[in-house]
Design a protein around this ligand. Sequence first.
Ligand code: TYD
Length: 211
Amino acid sequence: MIMLFITLEGGEGAGKTTQMMNMAEMFFEPKKLPWVITREPGGTEIGKQIRQILKSTNNTVLAPEAELFLFLADRTQHIKQIITPALNRGDIVICDRYLDSTFAYQGVARNLKVDLAGLHQLFDVPIPDITFLLDLPIGLGLSRAWHQIINGKRDYTQARFENEKFSFHENLRRGYLRLAKQEPHRFCVIDAKQSEEKVWRDIQKILNTFF
Ligand code: TYD
């Protein structure tokens, strides 16, 4: 039985969702391997309610510490209800954002001085086998994200993170790249300023080394 847990990470406008669909439909499906795609926040019904609070542009007063605990609440529920059962069944789990988002967004970009690794020990956290970090310059990522908002493909009422300052996004990118350096065996850094097709080819090359 193959047990594989894949996560996708990156800043705004990196194109994670497209690549997640590619992996499922163009790589695992033709191989007849069972897969599950999911995301954080919002991978469960309870998580969807939490996601609403976290993403709402109106929630400007949400305290960084409260934000952190909402992400952790979403994650605990998601692990218990979706991720662990799927891995135990032998499904390949592909998750759009996971614990590295918390390290990069809350730990580095929000600069919260809390023991995030310690907090994650409160519950059983499956560690991904592969984490694709879709890395791209901040200006490009934000302009892609805002383009989607203007075209109605992203909802402005849900843009609390897209609305953050440029320096927030710069710190975020730096945080992600540092995480990738710390765990080179797990992280694959992909140049996401390339075309969608080229990004997909790079991801496929890495997946081919596993299958
Ligand atoms: P989402 O629309 O899923 O983001 P994207 O389409 O950019 O992947 O919104 C999730 C937002 O929550 C995103 O801006 C990143 C942020 N986030 C955190 O700050 N910490 C976390 O632990 C997670 C999972 C997400």
